[in-house]
Design a protein around this ligand. Sequence first.
Ligand code: HEC
Ligand code: HEC
Length: 236
Amino acid sequence: MPNKLKSSFVSVLCMYLVSCGSFEQSSNSSTYNTPYQSFSASPNPDTAFAYLHQVATHPRCANCHGVEEEGLHRPTVGDHRELHPMNISFLNNLEVRVSEGKFVHNTFGKPVTCRGCHQDSNGKEKGMPPGAANDLMPGFVWHMPPVRMKIERDISAANLCEMWLNPVSNSNLAYRGGRDDMKTFKKEFEHHVKDDPLVRWAWNPGPGRTPAPGSHEEFVSAMSLWIDAGAPCPSN
Ligand code: HEC
Ligand code: HEC
């Protein structure tokens, strides 16, 4: 469409929308155009999972979960999920283990790990490395998950759901249950999304980064609503 035509089309559309403003507000949830809006307007297990998928695939979460590209599991950066500069990959990961109930780190034999740049809080200026830590999970600092938790650019809601519910894709740190053990799944997933400083960071990502949609509280409540309904997966 030529630009001039396009802009007059847009302004006519705007006039139409303005004059119909009151009608738009009173009609049903199909007028909400993001999963977050649909969930806040009518919270149910389906809108809750759609919102969970929207958050998990948002660059603030997905960048750290990474992609498998150029032969390695790599974190991505920015809103367009470009590969992390400086050739950073899983080979630079900070190894986090649990020992006597505490998170401990192993950086032995690695020239540089995530921790070389990513500290306990965000860098003060745009472009500086983000960071996070808290007292709820002391020692759980900036690092990336195993490749089985990667979030590829086009992961569907159905695939994400299966991944979360499959105990085989669970962490090295804790058994998180799954479809066959919903009690552990509820306990672990609720704890993880509620207390994890890296999950919380997505709503406090530092200067120049768009936060994940909605709020951390709403994300936690969507997770509980979905799990309490038996964690139903969408069909696509
Ligand atoms: C700085 C990196 C980082 C960020 C940012 C991050 N995560 Fe993670 N996430 C991890 C790591 C590391 C693990 C694996 C922990 C383990 O091994 O138990 C993980 C694990 C998970 C798991 C458990 C998966 C499973 O199958 O057991 C979920 C769910 C999850 N993250 C969701 C999120 C969401 C949602 C966000 C954004 C709101 C997010 N993460 C942001 C690093 C991150
Ligand atoms: C040599 C320093 C350095 C190392 C080592 C490093 N990073 Fe980064 N990282 C940065 C800088 C600087 C940025 C900010 C880039 C920007 O905002 O444009 C960044 C940004 C990120 C982001 C993007 C946040 C977002 O949503 O845009 C993620 C995720 C990330 N790093 C993960 C990691 C992981 C995981 C490791 C270890 C496997 C790691 N980084 C190692 C310097 C580093």
